[in-house]
Design a protein around this ligand. Structure first.
Ligand code: GCU
Length: 617
């Protein structure tokens, strides 16, 4: 194959969406760490493969001799042009970009390989579980493909019971391709770093033949005096006794699984203390079925939207929030462990926040658990961001799959109040709202079907009804429980003085969370409060914003953009940006800017006065 023709073919293949192969089935394993697991985290051998030589032959067809076979050269004439054992290592979990300077902007394929030994007793089952890998992942065990997963932020797993070598090392090979694609979710355009790789933990999860595949243990949103939930068993378990235990509350119930392995749960919850940011009470919960026991820590609370207000445990609450990315302080990489996430949550608590918007994608599974523990209400979001191929059925299937993986993973987390299905997707002027509205309504309906106890939202864009009136009337609002809206008066939307005369209106009798607002400053750059990029300008912008927000009667919360400066390929301005988005209230190294204290002061005032909305003061 002449190189030029190959390059043209490859370029064409890279641009065209890949064939929608069968996806990995929805995660089989919920709450893997609720069992005894074996971690495969650590140093894996890796090969950087920009042309996917390890997967395609020169005709661009999947090769039978792909690198997934991890072949070794057997003789002096046996040609094998790769060698995992001799190749460099990368850490798992971690993005590859920040591990090696040559990978900082790399968006192609990287192969990962490691071996493991796992004795498995007869009758037991074994799964390999991935917390997440960005963006498209193929997995092989001992040369046999287990399947493919698409989506950079949600868990997936494969049963390997029948493919396990029980008396020899097993060879696990993973290809992760971080290329952005026109049919993907997110698409090719995003204001965050495209961190590629196995960015979340990899675990071996062992279960009995019949095991607890899924469970929901939450207050009944229609009757919060009771817990309503279910346990779903896998492995043909009709009639198996299922027990739910909450020892501290002396609660226990046993019910037999039905013909589908499902057991409905209802328990009296009157003795359970309610979870809230100020009192983040969690209970040890055990789900026991046959020979399987899963341990969890669950908080119990209700969340509702009534008129323009949000109610937590039946009382109105104003959400004093902050938005963030899943990026560490200091080193600015995809967050790898609890300590790095705790550092961000500590800053949010120092700000006086009771709410965090985890933009723009699901974070590590452990993160909502940390929010449960420290007492932060969470807005969790799908990366349906800006422009998406709304008229592509495969793209909708992908978005739905990521939604199901997100909700299945996290619907026992007290901290999570909102499922957000989109961020700043341009409204469609076609009559009836066009493909965008249909796409997002399908996601909203699916979210409600999977979890009727939480509020579905999206970050919308407003329009000016006249120069002094901003109107929130995106047709999508009719289908949301809570409206999110992003505004940048004083930054993209000048002049800042507008904030003094703007009136906000909404077409809906629903709560509004101002899901983004703010402006940039380079930490340490001081000067006139009229000059962009100075801390003084950002401070003045936040003062003006707070004065305006306090006048919006249907405002139920805010999550200013953004806690910490973060990497973005869209921000090249030398000295001021250097490929960082500088709208943080703290710098990438954690240095607080003057605006941090403006927001902190407002939140202290709001916290001191328990009524729900600032405007009703
Ligand atoms: C948008 C978008 C953010 C982005 C921000 C900005 O509102 O939602 O992801 O970072 O604007 O421009 O800084």
């Amino acid at each position: 194959m002449r190189p030029r023709l190959f390059a043209l073919l490859f370029a064409a293949a890279a641009a065209a969406p890949l064939p929608a192969q069968e996806r990995a089935p929805a995660p089989l394993i919920v709450n893997p760490r609720g069992r005894d697991v074996v971690s495969l985290d650590g140093r894996w051998h890796t090969i950087v493969d920009p042309y996917e030589t390890g997967y395609y032959d020169y005709r661009l067809r999947p090769s039978a001799n792909g690198w997934f076979r991890n072949q070794k050269s057997k003789s002096a004439t046996d040609l094998v042009e790769y060698d995992f054992a001799a190749s460099p290592e990368l850490a798992v979990p971690a993005d590859w970009n920040t591990q090696r300077p040559d990978l900082m902007l790399y968006e192609g394929a990287v192969w990962y390989q490691r071996t493991f030994v796992h004795p498995l007793a007869p009758g037991r089952r074994l799964f390999v579980w991935f917390g997440g890998a960005n963006y498209q992942t193929r997995v092989w065990l001992n040369g046999v493909e287990l399947g493919m997963h698409e989506g950079g932020f949600t868990p997936f797993d494969f049963e390997i019971t029948s493919r396990l070598r029980r008396d020899a090392p097993n060879d696990l090979v993973v290809e992760v391709d971080a290329r952005r694609r026109l049919d993907a979710v997110p698409m090719v355009n995003a204001d965050w770093w495209n961190y590629g790789g196995i960015t979340r933990s990899v675990l071996l999860v062992e279960t009995p033949a019949a095991f607890v595949r899924d469970y929901v243990v939450q207050l009944d949103s229609r009757d919060p005096r009771h817990i309503a939930g279910y346990v779903q068993l896998d492995g043909g378990s009709a009639g198996v006794p299922v027990q739910l235990r909450i020892p501290e509350a002396k609660l226990s119930m046993t019910v037999r699984a039905d013909a589908n392995g499902r057991a409905a749960l209802t328990l009296d919850a009157s003795k359970l203390a309610r979870w809230s940011p100020g009192s983040p009470k969690l209970y040890d919960v055990q789900v026991i079925a046959g020979g399987d026991t899963i341990r969890d820590r669950i908080g119990f609370r209700t969340i509702e939207a009534r008129g323009h207000q949000i109610f937590l445990n039946g009382k109105p609450i104003f959400l004093r929030g902050i938005a963030m990315h899943e990026e560490s302080l200091g080193s600015s990489h995809r967050i790898r462990d609890d300590g790095e996430q705790r550092a961000l949550f500590s800053l949010a608590k120092e700000l006086g926040a009771n709410f965090v918007r985890l933009a723009h994608y699901p974070y590590r599974e452990e993160t909502p658990r940390l929010a449960d523990e420290v007492g932060l209400i969470v807005w969790e979001e799908l990366p349906v961001y800006w422009t998406i191929q709304f008229d592509n059925p495969a793209t909708l299937a992908n978005a739905k799959n990521q939604l199901e993986e997100m909700i299945t993973r996290d619907r026992n987390r007290a901290s999570i109040a909102f499922w957000s299905v989109a961020n700043e997707t341009p409204r469609d002027t076609a009559p009836g709202g066009g493909p965008r509205l249909a796409f997002l309504r399908a996601l909203i309906d699916r979210a409600h079907a999977l979890d009727h106890t939480r509020l579905v939202t999206a970050a919308l864009e407003h329009r000016y009804a006249d120069p002094n009136t901003i109107l929130i009337d995106d047709p999508l609002g009719a289908y949301l429980d809570v409206l999110g809206n992003n505004e940048y008066l004083g930054w993209y939307d000048q002049p800042l003085a507008k904030t003094e005369r703007i009136t906000w209106k909404s077409a809906y009798d629903k709560p509004l969370v101002m899901s983004e607002l703010g402006g940039a400053a380079k930490a340490g750059l001081h000067g006139s409060a009229d000059s962009l990029w100075t801390e003084e300008y950002q401070e003045r912008l936040y003062r003006a914003q707070v004065a305006m927000l306090a006048r919006i009667p249907f405002l139920a919360g805010v999550s200013p953009w953004v806690l910490k400066d973060f990497r973005s390929p869209r921000r090249p301005l030398p000295v001021l940006q250097d490929y960082f988005n500088r709208k943080g209230l703290v710098s990438d190294s954690g240095q607080k800017k003057k605006a941090f204290y403006v927001l902190q002061q407002w939140y202290r005032t709001l916290a001191a006065d328990s009524s729900a909305s600032p405007a009703t003061r």
